[in-house]
Ligand binder design. Structure first.
Ligand code: AMP
Length: 190
């Protein structure tokens, strides 16, 4: 059972590498960003509530994303494991995740952080904005806010896993294949 938190700032490559990881290790990909965008596209009440935060690059309230993740973990009792992508983004989310996993007889195996500097992140997000149709990838002010929110609210989540001796990082710059190989070296040891 491998339960991985793939960590890093917006544009670090979490989505791309999650896709590679779930395919190779037959895990379930849980991206709160993807789940929220699906709710938004479906026009649900939750999606409409989340929209105002997402469009500014602010975090959606903890209770919303925690509830979504709890449902997904409970709905997949036979999973080989999960890749959490874009979650947890606050200490409260990390605590709630630990509790949910514990209630289901599970725990996080490792947090793996993708390290990418800010200049590269902004470049990547603006490039992605040209094809992703995501409003939050198309505006430099919103991108800057997402990085600011990451540094203020999300970066401390690494310490939460460091204290549990579950943190490691890999360089998130280079070819997608090379970065994936670095990730596999970590995952193979779990
Ligand atoms: P992402 O696709 O991970 O970049 O997420 C896009 C947006 O969705 C973020 O800028 C937040 O507004 C929201 N979001 C995604 N995941 C979370 C989370 N774990 N906690 C709060 N907001 C989130």
């Amino acid at each position: 059972m491998k339960n991985i938190v793939l960590f890093g700032p917006p544009g670090a490559g979490k989505g791309t590498q999650s896709t590679n990881i779930i395919e190779k290790y037959a895990l379930i990909h849980l991206s709160t960003g993807d789940l929220l965008r699906a709710e938004k596209a479906a026009g649900t009440e939750l999606g409409l509530k989340a929209k105002e935060f997402m469009e500014k690059g602010d975090l959606v309230p903890d209770s919303v994303v925690i509830g979504m993740i709890e449902n997904k973990v409970k709905a997949n009792p036979d999973a080989n494991g999960f890749v959490f992508d874009g979650f947890p983004r606050t200490i409260a989310q990390a605590e709630a995740l630990d509790q949910t996993l514990q209630e289901n007889g599970l725990s996080i195996s490792k947090m793996i952080a993708l390290e990418v500097d800010d200049d590269e992140l902004i470049k990547r997000l603006l490039e992605r904005g040209k094809v992703s149709n995501r409003p939050d990838d198309q505006n430099e002010e919103i991108i800057a806010n997402r990085i600011k929110v990451y540094n203020a609210e999300t970066a401390p989540v690494a310490d939460f896993y460091k204290k549990q001796d579950k943190f490691t990082s890999v360089k998130g710059i280079g070819s997608i294949d090379d970065i994936f190989e670095s990730l596999c070296k970590v995952i193979d040891q779990l």
